[in-house]
Design a protein around this ligand. Structure first.
Ligand SMILES: [Zn+2]
Length: 428
């Protein structure tokens, strides 16, 4: 069996384990580290830039005016616009999940709503005509980090509703103390900035016009070192690139370390858009997102033909790796390719913390990185070396339906409740 080096992968993981938000200076630093690493193994990477929306918080204040005078600690909710210096004043109302009953009397009020605002909730707030909103995150029994959340460009069509986020216990106090009138001040600078994908293509020597894409995102969410999500996947696919730098593939392998995945798969969507003319050549996508957990389990999510699932099952059994398989969509960089009919395998090891300050290298191990890395390499090798490409370029009808629903939900055409389709909806 082909082997990757878990210790070496772990060192790269540690080297990029710092907060690296899409479009930030730190994300660029991580990209530079990946570029240097690729150069050092004799490869020629390129940077693919794309635009994303970012914000700089300037001021966020929430004052209780009636029936008592008080201050509530809040953080800017990104990209929701700004108030004047004096802010906006209004009645306070708790609207829970922004359901239609709770919103009946919400017009012109400053509303408190549960957790992160998804597109559906945002649309409802806009339709109800609220003046501003307050969300809360985290646990009521243990204060950690105040949420740094932002709406996405898909929400912009519903207009700007100035928003802030606070701690769960602060939110509970507002309700328990019967706050009835508040003043909200939110100020932020919003701008389009550059994020980037790191791309490295290794030409195939037998079937150069058949392309396999290997992806892992390297950005993180706020407060998170993103060791697990997804420095781990970034380090694993670096091991794969290293193997093929030394052992030229039969087919062309295009490695993409995607930027701004956490902002809504921005890097992979941008790539697919830019290279639209060449997508016919792309036969398959292998994506690694979340890996290395000491306590955990391996999952293979296949957005493609049954043949792939069968091969994964057989490989897992023959190599003695526990791996549960399912045909589904995984909210990660394989999605934009799937939208163009390109099948994919997502390799994941769930179990360690993600999307909060606890996503750190200490809960991960070189052993588990190597386990998933070896599996990924063996899969890639079998597929690459096949005399004839082994998989149909198809997505079964039931998986296609899940994909359509996912895309409709993130783009705001669907009215259904959010469903768990991966790690994207976790708050923190
Ligand atoms: Zn991820």
């Amino acid at each position: 069996m082909l082997r990757t080096d878990g210790d070496r992968a772990f060192r790269l993981l540690e080297a990029i384990s710092f907060e690296r938000l899409g479009g930030s200076e730190e994300e660029k630093q991580a990209a530079d580290i990946l570029v240097d690493k690729l150069h050092s193994i004799g490869l020629q990477p390129e940077i693919e830039k794309f635009d994303i929306w970012q914000y700089q918080p300037k001021q966020a204040r929430l004052e209780v005016l009636e029936p008592y005078i008080g201050d509530c600690e809040v953080e800017v909710y990104g990209l929701t616009g700004s108030t004047s210096d004096e802010g906006i004043e209004g009645e306070f109302l708790y609207v829970e999940d922004a359901d239609e009953v709770s919103l009946l009397e919400a017009e012109d009020k400053i509303v408190l709503i549960n957790k992160r605002v998804n597109l559906k909730k945002y649309r409802r707030l806009a339709e109800a005509g609220v003046a501003g909103f307050i969300t809360w995150g985290g646990n009521i029994y243990r204060r950690e980090d105040i949420p740094r959340w932002a709406i996405r460009p898909e929400y912009f069509k519903h207009g700007k509703i100035p928003g802030v986020a606070t701690y769960a216990d602060e939110a509970a106090d507002l309700i328990q103390n019967s706050a009835s009138r508040v003043r909200l001040i939110v100020q932020q600078e919003e701008e389009e900035v550059k994020s980037q994908n790191v791309i490295c293509e290794i030409q195939g020597d037998k079937h150069p016009d058949e392309v396999m894409v290997i992806t892992a995102h390297y950005d993180s969410v706020p407060y998170s070192s993103g060791a697990n999500d997804n420095a781990a996947g970034s380090a694993i696919i670096m091991e794969l690139a290293r193997h093929y730098a030394e052992n030229p593939p039969c087919r062309t392998l295009r490695f993409i370390w995607c930027g701004s995945e956490e902002l809504g798969l921005r890097g992979s969507f941008a790539h697919v858009k830019k290279r639209k003319e060449e997508l016919d050549e792309v036969k398959f996508v292998l994506n690694v997102d979340v890996a290395g957990a000491i306590l955990g389990k391996n999952v293979a999510t296949i957005t493609g033909p049954q043949q792939v699932e069968h091969l994964v099952e057989i490989m897992a059994k023959s190599s003695g790796v526990a791996m549960s398989t399912r045909q589904d969509v995984y909210s990660s960089d394989s999605i934009p390719f799937a939208e163009h009919g390109i099948p994919s395998l997502n390799l994941i090891r769930f179990g360690a913390p993600i999307h909060n300050r606890h996503d750190r290298a200490e809960y991960l191990s070189p052993y588990r990185l190597a386990e998933l890395g070896d599996f990924a390499l063996s899969f890639l090798d079998q597929t690459d070396s096949a005399a004839m490409f082994p998989f149909e370029r198809e997505i079964p009808d039931d998986v296609q339906k899940k994909l359509d629903k996912y895309l409709e939900r993130v783009r705001g055409k669907d009215e259904d409740e959010e469903k768990e389709t991966g790690n994207r909806e976790e708050s923190g």
